[in-house]
Design a protein around this ligand. Structure first.
Ligand SMILES: Cc1cc2nc3c(=O)[nH]c(=O)nc-3n(C[C@H](O)[C@H](O)[C@H](O)COP(=O)(O)OP(=O)(O)OC[C@H]3O[C@@H](n4cnc5c(N)ncnc54)[C@H](O)[C@@H]3O)c2cc1C
Length: 426
């Protein structure tokens, strides 16, 4: 990942360096072994270490090298589905628990950032969901209605207000969610690693776990250079799962998602585009996401993989889309491009798995992993440390199983994105 702009792009360029970590060599013992150093694994490591549990994190590549270091960096307070659908799908008990946990989730991310002084370009001014077309306008109104009924600080913005806050006249309406905000995602995940280490956790990178076996009352996680022995295992590898438990990956359909970042905008233009630093996205399919970084670069993202024919198609689309949204910017060069994998589940809900005794996993963030990953990790730490039983968790435990026709669906996402991003026929 290091110096690989194709994979982590702008975030690699502007994030503070990661804390020093080594490859696992020899055998180590711990109370808990965590597999995967993204938001979820590292937030769990922090919470567990703070409780005094000996915690080891094993990461296949580098801190944040999965989806965490590639994301758009929107710290949102919900999942993709609307609150009412979430409650209907999960039922009243788990539905209420999940909504309660999520509504507070950005505040808990910002609390960790403040408490540990994590430098990650944090902006807590809210995010803006822009509505377009008849369906999109109705969706924004319904989302606002449902969240407002739950007492959430969300507001409908008029076309003028949306223009003022985003700098584009493309949207007749939008939803401002004041709970949310943006971060530099790789800087956040590296910050989590730093504070987890400072709290006593040990992190080993370049140490893919090759297999996990039961030995007496413990688990042994074997890597090429050594092994970790622990009473508990937390699998936080999500859709980047490699080598172990292929079903964790197979239970999700990969939605590729790319970003292009411009060079820093001229100050006069900079002041007109997302002037308060909001992150935004729209109701189109496939959607357009846009935000700025601290240096005034405009970052635009959408569905698609930057490989093969996709690279040129998606890059040309990004140029046209920027021209349509922000004509004041003129033609501006892209400095960075990168993409990653989002793991989608069939009902757009995450999954909690308990594949064996003293082993737990959470997957399927459906593109909403920053705040949910952070708060789910806190709950999992409470469970592992014996503070709450498994049936008090945010989700019921489900069995791991592969998604039906997964490869076909993944091909459909990428092909569909390329077709949608072709220039309109004249
Ligand atoms: C392009 C993009 C944009 C996104 N935008 C947003 C956004 O704006 N807001 C938001 O909330 N979410 C967003 N997401 C989703 C979010 O990034 C993910 O949900 C989140 O990163 C999941 O965190 P995680 O820690 O569970 O997994 P990951 O961050 O994917 O980390 C998993 C780690 O496990 C490691 N691993 C895998 N197998 C092994 C093994 N055998 N041994 C050791 N380590 C292993 C991987 O190397 C990886 O580092 C986006 C995702 C992408 C790809």
């Amino acid at each position: 990942m290091l110096n690989d702009r194709q994979s982590h792009g702008l975030w690699e360029r502007t994030a503070p360096p990661p804390p020093q970590t080594k490859k696992l060599a020899g055998d180590v013992a711990a109370d808990v072994a965590i597999v995967g150093a993204g938001y979820t694994g590292l937030a769990a490591a922090l919470h567990l270490a703070e409780r005094g549990l000996a915690t080891v994190v094993l990461e296949a590549a580098q801190v944040g090298s999965g989806a965490a270091g590639r994301s758009t960096g929107m710290v949102n307070a919900g999942l993709w589905m609307m609150p009412a659908v979430l409650k209907e799908t999960l039922g009243p008990i788990y539905g209420d628990r999940m909504l309660e946990l999520l509504r507070d989730s950005p505040r808990r991310v910002f609390h960790i950032i403040d408490k540990h002084n994590i430098l990650c370009e944090v902006k807590r001014v809210g995010t803006i969901h822009c509505g377009t077309g008849k369906k999109g306008i109705a969706e924004i109104a319904e989302r606002a209605r449902q969240w407002q009924a739950l007492g959430a600080p969300v507001h409908i913005l008029s076309a003028d207000e949306t223009h003022l806050r985003t700098g584009t006249t493309a949207f007749p309406t939008s939803l401002l969610d004041l709970r949310a905000g943006t971060i530099q995602p790789l800087a956040y995940v590296r910050g989590l690693a730093r504070v987890a280490i400072a709290s006593g956790a040990r992190i080993f990178t370049a140490s893919p776990v090759e297999h996990i076996v039961r030995e007496g009352n413990d688990w042994r996680l074997a890597t090429e250079g050594g092994s970790a022995r622990a009473k508990w295992v937390f699998l936080s590898t999500n859709v980047y799962t490699s080598q172990i438990f292929p079903e964790l990956r197979g239970g999700q359909v990969v939605l590729p998602f790319f970003h292009f970042a411009t060079m820093p905008m001229a100050p006069s233009i900079h002041r007109t585009i997302l002037p308060e630093g909001h992150g935004a996205w729209d109701t189109r399919t496939p959607m357009t996401a846009f935000r700025r970084d601290d240096a005034g670069r405009l970052i635009i993202g959408s569905v698609g993989a930057l490989r093969g024919t996709g690279t040129r198609i998606h890059r040309n689309w990004a140029r046209r889309r920027i021209r349509a949204l922000f004509p004041q910017l003129g033609d501006i060069e892209f400095e960075h491009e990168w993409y990653g994998r989002i793991g989608m589940t069939s009902d757009h809900l995450p999954r909690l798995h308990a594949p064996a005794e003293n082993m737990i996993a959470v997957t399927g963030f459906n593109g909403r992993g920053i705040a949910p990953g952070t708060v789910f990790a806190g709950e999992i730490a409470r469970y592992i440390s014996g503070e709450v039983p498994l049936d008090a968790m945010f989700l019921p435990v489900s069995s791991v199983r592969n998604t039906f026709l997964r490869a076909l669906r993944e091909g459909y996402y990428e092909l569909g994105a390329q077709i949608a991003h072709l220039p309109p026929a004249r």
